[in-house]
Design a binder for this molecule. Structure first.
Ligand code: ATP
Length: 443
């Protein structure tokens, strides 16, 4: 253990060893610290499986070691303990290695009745998800759930690697806003002293302000709030968004090319750092216009639900078809009609009823919306009016574009959905440390 004291660092005599490193310490005395994963009593021997962040290891407590034996006799599973002892090779032990315990110290004892099962045992998969989320800190002790955060951490690091190497600046944007960023009913209203404020539904307007500020390339990672009463496996009321925006582009295709490179970099990082056998996508990703997507779906007998947009079912089917045709897990859908896109999406010069926008689907689920934005104030106002937006309510926004703002575009990415689809989880909530939905505000 290393404890900082003033400017000195005092190193205790016995440093903590992690379960995964035990094999390199055969014959040595080590200190393990972790959770009591399981206990088995066999005559004069107690076997205690100890779990830490790196894995599970067997410790053996002999009756002849009276003090340790007595402590182990009182232990409940999931208690936190420190065990010192000697590392031994033992063919019959899991992993061929075990610790012959000399001393056991209880650091925190667990109450004997656990509210939910921690070890994935028969029947534990049937635990009601709502109950698991109530006891999320116990739910997350299951070793495979650590992968969610390992994958998320490396994905995000890969995303950053790409952005930092390509001259993007990181910015933070406020969550409190005086106006709703996108309007509509999806906005949370909060009391802000003697005024009303809204929680940001997206950092969209601020990212664009950064373009007007001349930052040219920005990215951010932050909370996004949606007051939508959705009860799907893809929606939460608060989620983490990854966003980027870049200037001096000619079309949304440049934004798509950037996103592809970011995703490839992120997936490579997950594969290499975590030694995970995942498919790193090839570039360019398959891409279809909305009209082509609709046509393809019709050819495969998938019913059209809503003109100009894809239903979740159609997104799944489209991904499935593309996977079969190309082997690719990703597919861009571009050129959404103006009716289903916000007023600030730029329109195609030769087809003004279509926008220079895209969605990216991954394994049947939308993970991104992006577009080239309209940066010409007069056209922006005209498009807003056409959509019934009251100009007074967007004056602060339009002002960004009145004093010189380059053509620009960007995208908003939902990392929770990527992790969900990558690991085959049943819901975006499973990919989230503490999910928030219509019913859940705790823990
Ligand atoms: P959807 O059509 O699925 O409701 P959206 O079009 O409202 O999504 P955007 O506003 O474009 O989504 O947000 C960008 C990305 O953020 C989405 O592609 C998705 O990955 C993620 N996202 C959007 N809404 C949610 C939500 N409620 N919970 C979790 N992630 C979300």
């Amino acid at each position: 253990m290393v404890r900082p004291i003033g400017n000195e660092r005092i190193v205790d005599q016995v440093q903590r060893t992690l379960a995964r490193d035990l094999a390199t310490h055969v014959g040595e005395q080590v200190l393990l610290q972790g959770w009591v994963h399981a206990l088995r009593h066999q005559g004069g021997i107690k076997f205690m499986l100890l779990r830490d962040m790196s894995g599970v290891v067997q410790t053996v407590i002999l009756k002849s070691n009276q003090a340790a034996f007595a402590i182990a006799g009182q232990l409940s599973t999931e208690s936190v303990v420190a065990v010192t002892g000697t590392v031994k090779e033992e063919k019959q032990a899991p992993g061929g290695i075990e610790l012959l315990a000399e001393a056991v110290t209880v650091l925190s004892s667990a109450e004997p009745m656990l509210p939910i099962p921690v070890i994935a045992e028969k029947g534990s998969e049937n635990t009601d998800p709502a109950k698991r989320f109530d006891w999320r800190w116990l739910d997350l002790r299951q070793a495979e759930k650590r992968d969610i955060f390992r994958v998320w951490t490396e994905l995000e690091a890969g995303f950053r690697d790409y952005l930092l190497e390509n001259s993007y600046l990181q910015i933070y944007t406020p969550s409190f806003m005086s106006m709703a960023s996108e309007g509509g009913s999806e906005v949370f209203e909060v009391k802000y002293f003697d005024k009303k404020a809204f929680l940001a539904q997206s950092p969209q307007f601020y990212k664009q302000m950064a373009m007007a500020a001349g930052l040219e390339r920005v990215f951010l990672v932050g909370p996004v709030f949606r007051a939508e009463p959705s009860f799907t496996t893809r929606h939460m009321t608060e989620f983490t968004g990854w966003d980027f925006e870049l200037s001096f582009i000619d079309s949304h295709h440049e934004v798509m090319a950037e996103e592809e490179k970011m995703i490839v970099r992120s997936f490579q990082r997950v594969r290499d750092r975590l030694h995970m056998d995942i498919d790193v996508p090839s570039t360019p990703f398959p891409s279809l216009t909305m009209a082509e997507a609709k046509q393809k779906l019709a050819q495969h007998g998938v019913a059209n639900v809503r003109d100009g947009d894809l239903s979740p079912e159609q997104e799944r089917e489209l991904s499935h078809i593309i996977k079969q045709e190309t082997g690719h897990d990703f597919v861009f859908v571009t050129a959404f009609p103006i009716g289903v896109r916000p007023f600030y999406h730029m329109r195609l010069e030769d087809q003004p009823d279509l926008t220079k926008s895209f969605d990216l689907l991954y394994r049947g689920i939308e993970i991104t919306t992006g577009a080239q934005r309209e940066h010409r104030a007069a056209i922006l106002e005209r498009q807003a009016l056409e959509k019934g937006v009251v100009l007074d309510t967007i004056q602060d926004y339009v002002n960004f574009f009145r004093f010189g703002c380059p053509p620009h575009g960007g995208a908003g990415i939902g990392p929770g959905r990527i992790v969900m689809a990558l690991l085959g989880l049943g819901s975006v909530k499973e990919a989230t440390f503490l999910p928030r939905d219509v019913r859940r505000l705790t823990p």
